[in-house]
Design a protein around this ligand. Structure first.
Ligand code: F1P
Length: 289
């Protein structure tokens, strides 16, 4: 079995540990203007959290790729997410921001330079992974941050059983082009779902805010496509997807659970293609320039 499969299965337990850590962690206080940054997976988790924090009324929250942090914005706190704690763009940004704005790093590896790169740090060593492809660290970071927003992560972990043991259906695996759609905070999760299948299965995937699927992406859709909805499904969109010949897939559950199913899909798709999901092409576990 691939390493990543064990990491995927262990997520609910890690989410509980992350939630337990929230109370004693220096997480963004209500009302602060916050920017959240990261690269790759960590950027997509930043996007999901930013939209969630704003929607729950905790204050202005933006998300940026660490390499694209805009100059001249006024934030009270910059949160940097990095499993490895070594990603060049993240460390360079934290160095550049030192003394100018308060910073918090959320990292997986306690031995990494990320540990001392920010004013505050939260380390999730129990969520760190051996795989190149991130699964558990990403969702555990999201769980930590969601717990900090007062969300019931314990209930989410208890509801995760079905998603964690999902048997990916053949009807999905037989398609060759995959689009992931989200709304609000699940847009970031849709991007993350698409990245999993790109990394683990070298698959052709795309992701969009659900309504934007109608404004162009739809043109490539046919009976070789599958469209996976994370979170809310805009009215009429399922019928519009199905009219192209694509398979529409959705689940009535917290979109973080649907992301787990998308991780399982990425692994199953890789294995079906004879690929090793633990060894994504052209990638390493930490990207250092
Ligand atoms: C970010 C990242 C991942 C990617 C791969 C390489 O790492 O780009 O998104 O899946 O693992 O690293 P990090 O800054 O969170 O360690």
């Amino acid at each position: 079995t691939p390493l990543v499969s064990a990491e995927i299965a262990s997520q609910p337990h890690a989410w509980r540990q992350a939630a337990a850590l929230a109370a004693s962690s220096p997480l963004p206080a209500r009302g602060l203007r916050v920017a959240v940054v990261g690269c790759g997976t960590s950027w997509f988790i930043a996007q999901a959290y930013a939209a969630r924090r704003e929607a729950l009324g905790h204050g202005l929250t933006d998300a940026f790729a660490a390499s694209e942090f805009p100059a001249g914005r006024d934030y009270d706190l910059v949160v940097a997410i990095s499993r490895s704690g070594t990603t060049t763009e993240v460390l360079e940004l934290l160095t550049a921001l030192r003394g100018r704005v308060r910073t918090l790093a959320v990292i997986g590896d306690p031995e990494s330079p990320g540990r001392s790169a920010a004013d505050d740090v939260v380390v999730l060593p129990f969520a760190d992974e051996r795989s190149v492809v991130q699964t558990r660290f990403a969702t555990s970071t999201l769980s930590l941050l969601r717990a900090g927003l007062g969300e019931d992560v314990e209930a989410l972990a208890s509801a995760a059983d079905e998603a964690v043991h999902w048997q990916v259906p053949e009807s999905l695996l037989e398609r060759s082009q995959f689009t992931f759609l989200g709304r609000g905070w699940s847009v970031g999760l849709a991007h993350e779902a698409a990245l999993k299948a790109r990394e683990a299965a070298i698959a052709w995937t795309e992701s969009y805010p659900a309504m934007d699927y109608r404004h162009g992406p739809k043109a490539i859709s046919d009976d070789s496509s599958a469209v996976v909805f994370l979170g809310e499904r805009p009215e009429g969109l399922v019928a519009e997807v199905e009219a192209t010949g694509a398979l529409a897939v959705w689940f009535d559950e917290d979109p973080q659970l649907t992301l787990v199913r998308c991780q399982l899909f990425a692994v199953a798709h890789a294995l079906g293609k004879g690929l090793d999901p633990d060894r994504p092409r052209n990638l390493t576990r930490s990207i250092v320039l």
